[in-house]
Design a protein around this ligand. Sequence first.
Ligand SMILES: *Cc1c(COP(=O)(O)O)cnc(C)c1O
Length: 364
Amino acid sequence: MTRPITATIRLSALRENLATARSLAPRSSIWAVVKADAYGHGLLPATTAFAAADGLALVEFEAAIRLRGAGWSRSILMLEGAFGSEDVGLAARLGLSLVVHDVSQLPWLQAALPAPLDIFLKINTGMNRLGIPVEQVRPLYRRLVELPSVRSICLMTHFANADLPGGADQALLQFDRAVDGLPAVHSLANSAALFSLPGAHRDWVRPGIMLYGASPFAERSAQQLGLRASMRLHSRLIGVQHLQAGDAVGYGSAFVAPHPMRIGIVAGGYADGYPRHAPTGTPVAVDGVRTRTVGRVSMDMLAVDLQGIQQAGVGTEVELWGDQVPIDEVAAHAGTIAYELMCALAPRVRREVIGLGESLTDPV
Ligand SMILES: *Cc1c(COP(=O)(O)O)cnc(C)c1O
């Protein structure tokens, strides 16, 4: 029969989280960020839930082609821009907006195109990843304005520290100084800035992680932020072991029972996307009761403490993350962030999408 591990994707949660983003920045247009297969949720199902977004932002051209094929007719923004000149022609044909983050991308815009492009000029304000230096903003802006292939220019930046109190203040100042007086719309805010920096909302916000019901902050939970988990990873117990004091569990015998224990073996491991770095004590819920993992996570299985959960046996449901166990908590135990866990969900995990009323081509 089917291996029980399943990721349940709730479109209603995606929709509600988008509405939360809207209410935080009511005067801004929203790019719903759907890179990395909509943070592991599945591009097309997630997109049906984001029908109220003003545009979708991502980095993969193949995915943009799929979105157009599925009937998404509103804006699409390529967050890393073109990777070669051929991408610019593709963008013009499909009506994709392009980030320009490096002068090397400018010559590609000089070709004759079937339609002019909306350009997002990305400015480096301290992330030092992508973006032109602040002192080049004015000359590059002027060059872009003169290109017949450029229809509009949005000035944008991406904050390195919007999740820390005051962490983006300096970058915001730098941005405003660099663009002072230039007639253009702005796009600055990721999820963290949407919550913490209203002065950065401007014309287009770019929420990602908050749409998927996880917190962009280490110190504030998704629940505190009013977000709903959109992905629930769950499986079942496929074995039960009775340990005596001194018995060990799993590879490396990393956990040794201090007293007699009942433990459950869950069909789910790192080949499913559950983090191997999750140590003993990582929260998990068995039959709705919170307990902990014990021992090392292996490729296809992990072990959980069944103390106090007498009713649990083979077949009992286990939530690895979702409602009783926020994904942010699992990530924190494993020394990572919810983004990585969502994106690492393995292809072999069955996806169950709840709320897919209409066909994909309908609402998108
Ligand atoms: C991924 C990304 C976002 C979304 O960030 P979250 O932290 O997930 O809200 C916004 N802008 C850019 C440029 C990105 O690459």
